[in-house]
Design a binder for this molecule. Sequence first.
Ligand SMILES: C[S@@+](CC[C@H](N)C(=O)[O-])C[C@H]1O[C@@H](n2cnc3c(N)ncnc32)[C@H](O)[C@@H]1O
Length: 278
Amino acid sequence: MGKCEKSDYKKEFCALMDKFAYRYSRWQVWNDFLTMSAISLANVVPGPEKEKREETYLSVINSYPKEEQEVFPEMLGIVVQALSDNPEQDFLGSLYHHLNLQQEQKGQFFTPYHISEFMSEIQFPGTGADEMPEGKGYISVNDPACGAGAMLIAFANVAKKHGINYQKQVLFVAQDIDRTAAMMCYIQLSLLGCPAIVVIGDSLAKPFPHPDNEMWCTMFYYLNQWRFAPGGEGEKQEGSVDMAEGGTATVSLEHPSGNIRLLEGTDGQLMLCMEPAS
Ligand SMILES: C[S@@+](CC[C@H](N)C(=O)[O-])C[C@H]1O[C@@H](n2cnc3c(N)ncnc32)[C@H](O)[C@@H]1O
C-alpha cells in the first residue's frame, strides 16, 4: 500500500471525529473511543474484570445518542484497516500527535517508527533465523513507558523478520502512568496479535508486577499464557485455548459495537478485527 493510502486512514478517522465537534471536545471523544475499543477487545475473553468493564462500556456508549454511537465502531474499523494494511507503524500514536492531544507535561513525545525499528533491530545479535535464547521457548520485552506502543510494535515486526513468531514466542509487557497512552498501546498490541500485558501505573513507584496497578491482557496473551509459565514450552495447561493454524474466523464474539473476529492475514499472521453490527 502506498503512503498516500496510509495517510488517508488518518484523514478518514479525523472526518469521523469531526462529526462530534459540535458538542464534545476531541479529548473526550478520543478517550471514549479508546475505552470502548479496549473493552470490546478485552471482553472477547472471560476474565474477572469482564462485568465491570461491560458496565463501563454501556455507561460510555449510552452517553451518546444512537446516531453517534454508530460512529465508534467505524473509527475502530479504520484503525483495524490501517494496521492490517501496514502493521509496521504506530498508527494511534501518530494520530494522537496529529490531533494534538499529547500531554507534553508527561513527556508524551512518541518515538518515530523508524527509530523504534532501529532500536529493536540492535537487540538482535545476529541476522539468522534461529535467534531464540537456548532452552527458552519465548523471549520477553518490556517498555515501562510505553506510550502508544511504538517500541513494542517495532519489536514485534523486527522479531518476525528474524524468524520469530511474535504471536507465540514473545511476551510483551507494557506500562504507562497515563491511561490514554496505555489504552492506545493495548488496542494496537491486541490488533496485531501480540501476547501482551499492559499495565496502567507509575513504573518508578510501582513497577510491574505490582498489585495496585490495573492490568489489561490481550487475547493473544490468554491464548499463549501456558507458554510463559515456568518451564516455558511445557505441557499445555487445562483451560488454555487452542488456536487453529490458519483458517478464518476462529473466534467470533457478538458485541454491541460489532462482531470481533480473528482472521488470518495475507502474510499468514492472525489479526483481530471488528465488523460493525448490522
Ligand atoms: C517519551 S514517551 C515514550 C513512549 C514510547 N515508549 C515511545 O517510544 O513512543 C514517554 C511515556 O512515558 C509515560 N510516563 C511518564 N512517566 C512515567 C512513569 N513514572 N511511569 C510510567 N510511565 C510514565 C508518559 O505518559 C509517556 O507516554
